[in-house]
Design a protein around this ligand. Structure first.
Ligand SMILES: Cc1cc2nc3c(=O)[nH]c(=O)nc-3n(C[C@H](O)[C@H](O)[C@H](O)COP(=O)(O)O)c2cc1C
Length: 219
């Protein structure tokens, strides 16, 4: 797939076909994605690839913790100001696509729970790193995650990067062999997109460059 097209057409996929993704295909995605840049080529990412019963068990435990109102080990950021506005912007688009009314608490809860359940994707990655590492390494993991999202498209796959996947860290540790000196940073759901799933048709907005970019030494 052409790079410009892939970057432009990538979107978070929150509804997947049931079709499994083969280990071979996931390996191809990871092989390509791990060409990502990293500070001093440290490649700080460690990746747990989840599928089958393990994924279903983790998804079920996550959803159960969320619906029981358990306090997550890792909280979502509270975004203020312009960040809050942008967050509300994408939320409104997704709720409109899914026909979820503002006051419909039950449906909103169901929608949130889907993220904790990896959106019923047939596979997922949990990306973790050594606790001793710092800012550069978290940045590197972001670069890897973006590469995963783009590389996946080469194989007809969709993805959703998600903090919800790693918010119940102790729950993850019950199922995965993640040593205590490592910390899960982010999850990525992956699978073949269900194009009939309304939220997958949402195109997120981007600020005009003049909002975020300052030029120095240019006319
Ligand atoms: C660090 C990070 C964490 C995210 N966490 C979640 C999440 O927990 N649940 C979710 O539905 N989407 C999550 N997303 C997806 C974003 O909401 C999405 O990328 C953003 O709204 C832009 O939409 P797009 O990916 O379709 O362009 C996350 C994305 C990033 C980069």
């Amino acid at each position: 797939m052409e790079l410009e097209k892939a970057i432009n057409e990538r979107r978070s996929v929150r509804g997947y076909k049931k079709a499994p993704v083969s280990r071979e295909t996931l390996e191809k995605v990871l092989k390509l994605a791990t060409r990502a840049i990293s500070a001093e080529n440290t490649q700080p990412w460690e990746i747990a690839v989840l599928g089958g019963e393990t994924l279903r068990n983790i998804a079920a435990a996550n959803v159960q913790s969320f619906l029981a109102g358990e306090k997550p080990d890792l909280a979502e950021s509270t975004f203020d100001g312009v960040y809050r506005q942008r967050r509300i912007g994408i939320g409104k688009k997704l709720f409109a696509a899914m026909d979820i009314a503002r006051e419909d608490k039950e449906k909103r809860l169901w929608w949130s729970s889907r993220g904790f359940g990896f959106f019923d994707a047939p596979a997922a990655f949990i990306i973790y790193m050594d606790k001793s590492l710092g800012q550069e390494s978290i940045f590197d993991i972001g670069c890897l995650a973006q590469n995963i999202c783009l590389a996946a498209m080469e194989y007809g796959l969709g993805t959703c990067v998600e903090i919800q996947a790693v918010m119940y860290q102790q729950g993850l540790r019950r199922f995965l062999d993640i040593p205590e000196d490592k910390v899960p940073i982010m999850g990525v759901a992956i699978g073949y997109p269900d194009e009939s799933f309304a939220a997958n048709g949402v195109r997120s907005d981007r600020a005009e460059l003049c909002e975020n970019v300052r030029w120095y030494g240019f006319d």
